[in-house]
Design a protein around this ligand. Structure first.
Ligand SMILES: Cc1cc2nc3c(=O)[nH]c(=O)nc-3n(C[C@H](O)[C@H](O)[C@H](O)COP(=O)(O)OP(=O)(O)OC[C@H]3O[C@@H](n4cnc5c(N)ncnc54)[C@H](O)[C@@H]3O)c2cc1C
Length: 83
């Protein structure tokens, strides 16, 4: 995750803000949602709200990524219903 996300006359969205591992996906949906969130920030000038949105997306992504990889390892080990 890029920090800072917002500067003088610029705002990072999509991959410029958060880089997702392609296998865990969600890069395209984040690009679209972050554009919407950036639009709200431009309208409100609430940079903290935009940073909080990105932090939450980053936290959720890392959780999904961990679940994805743990599930793949459990499957390789022959453990079913690990998730
Ligand atoms: C191999 C691979 C597989 C993927 N699979 C998935 C998937 O299945 N699902 C998913 O959700 N996501 C996937 N992703 C991620 C997804 O492609 C990205 O998260 C998403 O495209 C990010 O959108 P973006 O608009 O931020 O950036 P980009 O789509 O990269 O758009 C940025 C654009 O800016 C242009 N540009 C760069 N520098 C300049 C400049 N100086 N001046 C003008 N233009 C410039 C670039 O040419 C590009 O067109 C994958 C990525 C990779 C690499």
């Amino acid at each position: 995750m890029r920090r800072p996300l917002v500067g003088e006359r610029w705002i990072a969205i999509g991959d410029a803000a958060l880089a997702f591992e392609p296998i865990a996906a969600h890069g395209i949906s984040f690009a679209l949602f972050s554009a919407q969130a950036a639009h709200r920030w431009i309208a409100s000038q609430d940079a903290e709200a935009y940073a909080a949105f990105c932090e939450e997306q980053w936290r959720a992504y890392r959780e999904r990524r961990a679940e994805f990889h743990v599930a793949a390892v459990l499957e390789l080990m022959g453990v079913r219903g690990g998730r």
